[in-house]
Ligand binder design. Structure first.
Ligand SMILES: [Zn+2]
Length: 440
């Protein structure tokens, strides 16, 4: 049982872009952590046992939803150019030991809490080691500690030599092996399936090679069929146009990263009979590609090949974003937190990126990161807007994010499922913040 709260004198932002800001509102949150009533301050009676929090002059909106994160790292830059032998050694001797797994779990928990304290009340984690993400989700849901709502994928599904293989992925080389890998992840309790349809910037050895096709339509279709029959969504890592086509034809529910589109691809996004809901959504991750693409290699320490591939992927991804907006394709927001220069805090940077590069306004990006993301992830019944009966997943700010999107970088309080964090604390990574602040 939680404390029941009355949040008073609230400037309320709904998340849903069709509704306007409402002033002088009171929100009642019951002992179950649900939004019980919303009304004008002077019309609402506050039950005597409710703890009243006066939020005069403050702004309340739904908690942020990050649709694409990894919990295993925090966004500090790391070198991507280590040999396979080194990786194998690090995996065998460090990560995959009792000690290594303990360190990993602590780090993942810390990253999830950093995100929560920065206002991210729901995270979709899309690729982790050893089902540690499943353990953390269960501990949070059991009430062992107050954490964000987690949707978790466990290991990637990939092909031999594919993206994330062999350490971060279950490998399969036929539709039936791919189905077996879905079943293994399901047995471990995942909420969704993450697949790698193409390679990525990190594995490309030559310029132009990032986004090379790895899975076949038959493999993708088998995975989607196996996942969809028990109601699980499939998220696909894709970094090229041909990869997007294969993923859409196979019936995935979200394209992660994405690429430039042609007419067939636009049609398939909007009307995809093989996807769980009849359409496929796009989750670009501009902030993940942008630093490597735009900063000098003396800062990022990446090779010239990685920089050039990042630029190609970023340019194509941005074209895809603009086409998605023009063609009314459902588009959500994820950051790829854990990648170099992508922290678990400061989601506003990704939103700011859309505003600058794709001419969206504050209201639109706030809708994307709350209501739309909830719908894409299939959690719109419980979170994503401030509505009666939903979980009280809320953030409170001094400044109005409808006027300054950067208001989201300074969250004064966070509530997740009715648990109030009155003085959130975020440990920032100065070296990363400084570099990102210098980019624009
Ligand atoms: Zn990712």
């Amino acid at each position: 049982m939680n404390t029941a709260y009355a949040l008073k004198n609230v400037n309320l932002i709904h998340g849903d872009s069709s509704r306007n800001l409402q002033k002088n509102m009171t929100i009642l949150v019951n002992e179950q952590g649900l939004i019980q009533t919303i009304g004008q301050d002077n019309e609402l009676l506050i039950p005597s046992h409710y703890t009243t929090i006066d939020l005069s002059g403050k702004y309340v909106m739904p908690g942020l939803i990050n649709a694409h994160v990894h919990l295993f790292a925090d966004g500090k830059p790391f070198s991507l150019s280590v040999s396979e032998g080194m990786l194998q050694f690090a995996y065998d001797r460090i990560l995959n030991t009792k000690f290594g797994r303990n360190v990993l779990k602590k780090r993942m928990k810390r990253n999830a809490l950093t995100a929560l304290h920065a206002g991210v009340t729901t995270m979709r984690s899309v690729g982790e080691f050893f089902y540690t993400d499943v353990q953390l989700r269960d501990e949070i849901n059991n009430g062992d500690f107050v954490g964000p709502n987690l949707l978790v994928s466990g290991f990637f599904l990939s092909v031999t030599g594919g993206h994330g293989a062999p350490f971060l992925a279950l490998v399969g080389d036929s539709p039936w092996e791919a189905r077996r890998n879905v079943r293994i992840n399901v047995k471990h309790g995942v909420d969704l399936i993450k697949i790698c349809v193409t390679g990525g910037v990190t594995d490309a050895k030559m310029v132009g090679e990032a986004g090379r096709l790895q899975m076949t339509v038959d493999e993708v279709a088998a995975i989607c069929d196996e996942a969809h029959k028990i109601g699980l969504r499939v998220a696909a890592h894709v970094e090229s146009t041909e990869g997007v086509r294969v993923a859409l034809q196979g019936g995935v529910d979200t394209i992660e990263h994405g690429s430039e589109m042609d007419d067939e691809i636009i049609r398939l996004y909007k009307n995809n009979p093989n996807a769980l809901n009849g359409y496929t959504a796009l989750i670009p991750t501009l902030q993940a590609a942008y630093p490597s693409a735009s900063l000098d290699t003396s800062v990022t320490k990446v090779s010239a090949t990685v920089k050039e591939n990042s630029r190609l992927v970023y340019d194509s991804m941005l074209k895809g974003v603009k086409q998605a907006i023009e063609n009314d394709i459902t588009i959500g927001i994820g950051t790829d937190a854990a990648m170099p220069y992508v922290t678990h805090y400061d989601m506003w940077r990704e939103m700011d990126h859309y505003m600058r590069q794709a001419n969206l306004n504050n209201k639109q990006v706030i809708d994307m990161v709350t209501r739309t993301n909830a719908k894409i992830l299939g959690v719109e019944d419980v979170t994503g807007t401030v509505d009666i009966g939903k979980h009280a997943d809320l953030i409170i700010m001094k400044q109005n994010p409808l006027e300054h999107i950067e208001a989201l970088s300074d969250v004064s309080m966070v509530m997740v499922k009715g648990n109030l964090i009155q003085t959130p604390s975020v440990t920032r990574i100065k070296e990363v913040d400084d570099v990102l602040n210098s980019v624009w």
